[in-house]
Design a protein around this ligand. Structure first.
Ligand code: SF4
Length: 270
């Protein structure tokens, strides 16, 4: 349900989350560039102009149809290791994930957390793994961290619904422990298939775990930020996880720099 701006701000305040506000260039100030954005300190974070991001791409196939996508498919138990090229659509992929037993996490999950959002999005946001609430609700990035992620996206003119949001793991690790290498490896086939279906123009890797697993590195997140990487041919920018930013609010300015880099990179691709 859509809420008005005041209600949204009050809701965020009650959750202890400060809004990352948009700031439009005042009339007569000349063209706004993302490198010279109008700055408005909100919670130490400069806000920038809205970006007109297309919610739908006309050249994309119908995301809900089963046609036209050749992807690596695997059985629920092989974890993608015996991948074969087959035609697979969203419904088939979602059913495959829901029944997946490729790693031990299927034994403790409440449900799989497939991913949400625009299935033809230009922006794909990839996080770590479901937490307790995500496991219960079946949706990634809910709760306070999810609200902050929404604000981060909003700061570059992107509504949550315009991006496709997923995790490297579709099942919750017990007690929210870090994903293990073999679990991430087992689940990567699902993510690659989502990527093949969405065909994003840019990936925002959210948090150390997501970034290191996607980029197959142990390099600290501080050294992965500020660069444009590549994942399966798609430019990838790394930023901090909103749960970390809730604990370390002084890092929000760096996260905003990451979002600006992602926005700049996205603009160059279109
Ligand atoms: Fe399958 Fe991924 Fe869940 Fe493991 S985490 S059981 S690979 S869906």
């Amino acid at each position: 349900m859509e809420v008005d701006e005041n209600t949204r701000l009050l809701y965020l305040e009650s959750m202890g989350i400060q809004a990352w506000q948009l700031r439009l260039q005042p009339p007569g100030m000349g063209a706004v560039d993302d490198g010279e954005a109008a700055l408005s300190a909100v919670d130490g974070v400069p806000a920038i102009f809205a970006l007109a991001v297309s919610a739908e791409k006309s050249d994309m196939p119908d995301a809900t149809s089963a046609e036209g996508n050749i992807v690596d498919a695997h059985s629920p138990t092989d974890g993608g290791k015996n991948a074969a090229k087959v035609m697979m659509g969203w419904d088939e992929l979602q059913a495959l994930v829901a029944s997946c037993t490729a790693c031990p996490l299927h034994q403790t999950r409440t449900q799989t957390v497939f991913g949400v959002g625009n299935r033809s999005a230009d922006w794909m946001v990839i996080g770590e793994a479901p937490g307790e609430q995500e496991d219960l609700q079946g949706e990634p990035f809910v709760g306070r961290a999810g609200l902050l992620l929404n604000e981060m996206l909003r700061s570059i003119g992107l509504a949550r619904e315009q991006a496709f949001i997923a995790n490297i793991l579709k099942c919750r690790p017990p007690k929210n422990r870090d994903p293990q290498v073999d679990e991430a490896s087992a689940c990567e086939g699902h993510l690659k298939q989502q990527l093949a279906l969405v065909k994003p123009k840019i990936i925002l890797a959210v948090g150390r775990i997501a970034a290191q697993n996607l980029l197959k590195t142990t390099t600290p997140i501080g050294k992965l930020r500020g660069l444009v990487h590549d994942y399966q041919g798609v430019p990838l920018v790394v930023t901090y996880h909103p749960a970390y930013l809730l604990r370390s609010p002084l890092e929000k300015r760096r996260a905003f720099d990451d979002l600006r880099l992602a926005l700049h990179t996205y603009r160059k691709t279109i």
